[in-house]
Write a protein that binds this ligand. Structure first.
Ligand SMILES: Nc1ncnc2c1ncn2[C@@H]1O[C@H](COP(=O)(O)OP(=O)(O)OP(=O)(O)O)[C@@H](O)[C@H]1O
Length: 344
């Protein structure tokens, strides 16, 4: 054992996995995305899924909630085989696994309050008053108190993501999946999201799986880092061991460094008097990622009808004990000094 990493290694869970992916294969036409993926997720742990664009990180998340089905292989949530469930049978599963989509996926025609209330209306027996209280509590938890009546389009990107997170945890899911939760946010707003993810995991005992390209975020929130490459797991360890890995692949990814093949591609583009082919560059580490057409069971558009069931967590019943986040959330600064989870 690398002594420098003993603390980081010790922090990793040894509990039985609650999500298991076994030999998962997934192709889209000629493109193989997952190539026999074996991956487990243990409870109360935050796993960060890393990897170049197009390696199948989002596709992996979508298999966990049955938004995509494997061509071969098995996906389990506890003892339940997810990949064989019919759409109707997926509903209870999706109440236990929340999903924060890349773009937040708010219903633009509804107020923020209505958005957060939506899963409560659909999936609980709470009366109007109880729902209103819960929406209020959820919005405070993410530092967005008193925004119930706002329209999503009148909010900043960071606020929308937090509102989407409030909706995603409304049903108190056991597991939260985050698809690039900090993309498009400045470092301060990104950190707000990081704090929220940490709070949900550490204080409410949630299990989190986070897809990100953001190494700052990964370093802050991860109990475990997994690098996907070529449709398989290329590295899987505690964060300290990951950072100290001698693997060239891992190190290049951490440094965000193009390899010789990428550089050569760009040089050739210049020499031929063409604009460099940025799309192709990176493919030596980035598995080919043809731009895709979103299909059937893909990320929902902003329409309640197509929205994947909102998410779930632990005990949201308790009143938040920290400072009232609404006071931190001034109209013009968009904020962001969350988190309601902080104890005094
Ligand atoms: N529903 C789909 N139909 C066709 N191709 C798809 C579909 N979903 C994903 N793909 C393709 O599968 C590959 C992996 O996609 P995925 O979104 O998982 O990548 P990723 O690793 O999350 O990348 P990024 O970091 O850029 O988000 C891409 O080439 C993508 O175009």
């Amino acid at each position: 054992m690398d002594n420098d990493c003993a603390e980081s290694q010790a922090a990793m869970s040894e509990a039985e996995p609650i999500i298991r992916m076994r030999g998962v294969h997934k192709r889209f036409g000629p493109l193989t995305v997952l190539n026999g993926l074996d991956l487990d997720f243990r409870p109360h742990e935050t796993t960060v899924l890393l990897g170049p664009s197009g390696t199948g990180k989002s596709v992996t998340l979508k298999h966990i909630v049955g938004l995509l089905q494997p061509d071969a292989g098995e996906v389990y949530f506890h003892d339940q085989r997810v990949d064989q469930l019919k759409e109707r049978e997926l509903v209870p599963l999706r109440k236990r696994i929340g999903f924060l989509f890349q773009m937040g996926a708010m219903f633009d025609s509804m107020t923020v309050g209505e958005n957060v209330e939506f899963p409560l209306v659909e999936h609980t027996n709470l009366n109007r008053r109880q729902r209103a209280d819960k929406v209020d509590r959820l919005l405070k938890m993410v530092g967005l108190g008193k925004t119930q009546d706002k329209m999503p389009n009148d909010m900043s990107g960071g606020q929308r993501k937090r509102a989407a997170l409030a909706r995603a945890i409304a049903l108190e899911p056991e597991v939260m999946l985050y698809d690039e939760p900090t993309t498009g946010l400045d470092p301060i707003r990104s950190d707000v999201i990081n704090e929220l993810i940490l709070a949900l995991t550490k204080q409410l005992g949630m299990t989190s799986i986070v897809v990100t390209h953001d190494m700052n975020s990964a370093n802050k929130i991860a109990d475990r880092m997994v690098l996907l490459y070529d449709g398989q797991v290329a590295a899987d360890s505690d964060p300290c061991t990951f950072r100290n890995s001698k693997s060239e692949l891992v190190q290049r990814f951490i440094r965000g460094q193009a390899d010789q093949q990428d550089i050569e591609l760009i040089r050739m583009g210049f020499e031929e008097g063409q604009a460099p082919n940025i799309e192709s560059a990176g493919e030596a580490i980035n598995t080919p990622a043809p731009r895709r057409r979103k299909t059937d069971r893909d990320e929902p558009s902003a329409s309640p009808q197509t929205q994947a069931p909102p998410p779930p967590v632990a005990d949201l019943q308790a009143e938040p004990t920290g400072p009232d986040p609404t006071e931190l959330d001034s109209e013009d600064t968009d904020d962001d000094t969350p988190s309601v989870f902080h104890e005094d």
